[in-house]
Design a protein around this ligand. Structure first.
Ligand code: ATP
Length: 370
């Protein structure tokens, strides 16, 4: 069990700054997911924690002890790689027990521990097989079993589910999360898949271009993204980010985009801005006077059963030509077809306003709390 701290970590490969100013504290037993687009530095950050890559500057602490220069094999951290890195010539049993045999543990004890891990991962019937005789999902379980027999201070996962098909990924992410909760082992998990991040993490670290953009629980990040990048990265579908302008006019401050006008708080200054509307914030017309009321022309409908995703052209007046394109998520019973005009409402407090750099403007929407 372990707490982990990254303090001022940076990593350069030649002239390229791959990770910059990376500061993060992970509590004992926490499941933290590093998520971001390809090349944002997630794997490099994990590899520095594992001791497979040396930071250019900064320190990494495990339980308060500086391990920045401790060799990888002495860190007591178990890494599960995307490729699983199983030994092809060894059986499943030998693969799982390999780290224990290196420690010169008695054979009977190794067998007992391997059997216990294999049973936990439901691969006890596969112990005699070689990795090539296993499916992708079974290999992934062997890799996890191999890491749990080591009783590591922490699990480090690098995209462990990316070789599995969508259905298996779904069950595997639930299994990994359950296993981690049973064992209570601190876990750092890297993925580019925002659904894995949202469903598995205690806390998510969103990275972009080698930097941390935001850290928080899945709900904190989804409900209160601090920038356009986080808003447009998380959620399926993600928050609609509509580009527009802020203008003072007739004593009011307005955000305007094609077919859309939203009253803002008085402290917001003029200039380009982006409005964030979560897909579920667009709801069938209400009679609440505090809500924003507008029309949506249906462009495309995806009926998913329990819910319906609708691509809409938004406008503040029926028949208005200028529109902003958004996706709405409505309950599944809404039967709609392209061209239909849909009266909609939005609770203003669910909107987020971002400045021209993409950073959130706290309390930017009139009538919404600061
Ligand atoms: P992905 O999801 O594609 O694995 P990532 O967020 O994990 O991406 P990293 O693998 O950490 O990204 O790579 C970050 C950047 O560092 C990339 O631009 C990559 O090309 C570069 N990089 C990684 N390893 C090396 C290396 N050994 N030498 C030079 N550049 C490297």
């Amino acid at each position: 069990m372990a707490s982990i701290q990254f303090s001022g970590i940076a990593k350069d490969f030649g002239d390229t700054k791959v990770v910059c100013d990376f500061n993060l504290e992970i509590a004992d037993g926490e499941f933290v997911v590093l998520v971001g687009p390809s090349g944002c530095g997630k794997t490099t950050s994990l590899r520095m924690l594992a001791g497979l890559e040396k930071p250019t500057s900064g320190r990494i602490l495990l339980n308060g002890v500086d391990i920045t220069h401790v060799p990888s094999k002495s860190r007591e951290l178990a890494m599960v790689f995307q490729s699983y890195a199983l030994y092809p010539h060894m059986s499943v049993e030998e693969n799982i027990g390999f780290s224990l045999s290196l420690k010169k543990m008695p054979r009977a004890e190794i067998q007992r521990q391997v059997a216990a891990a294999a049973e936990r991962l439901e691969i006890d019937h596969l112990l005699a097989r070689k990795p090539r005789e296993l499916s992708g999902g079974q290999r992934q379980r062997v890799a996890v079993a191999r890491s749990i027999v080591r009783q590591p201070q922490a699990f480090l996962f690098d995209e462990p589910l990316s070789n599995l098909d969508a259905k298996l990924r779904h069950s595997a992410r639930i299994e990994i999360r359950k296993l981690q909760q049973q064992l209570g082992t601190t876990t750092v998990y890297v993925t580019h898949d925002q659904i894995e991040a949202m469903t598995m993490a205690d806390r998510i670290v969103v990275m972009e271009g080698g930097r941390i953009r935001q850290v928080g629980t899945p709900m904190q990040l989804y409900m209160n993204p601090n920038c356009v990048f986080v808003a447009s990265f998380l959620g399926a579908p993600p928050t609609n980010c509509i580009k527009g302008e802020v203008r003072h006019a007739d004593g009011d401050v307005l955000f305007t985009a094609p077919g859309l006008s939203v009253r803002l708080a008085s402290h917001v200054t003029d200039g380009p801005a982006t409005l964030g509307i979560r897909p579920e914030s667009l709801m069938p017309r209400t009679d609440n006077a505090h809500h924003l009321h507008l029309e949506g022309v249906v462009r495309f409908v995806e009926a998913l059963g329990a819910e319906t995703l609708i691509d809409l052209g938004l406008s503040s007046k029926a028949g208005s030509e200028a529109v902003s394109e958004v996706t709405a998520r409505l309950p599944g019973h809404h039967l709609l077809s392209a061209g239909q005009v849909l009266p909609l409402s939005i609770d203003r407090t669910s909107l987020r306003l971002f400045d021209k750099s993409g950073d959130v403007i706290e309390g930017g929407i009139a009538g919404a709390p600061r």
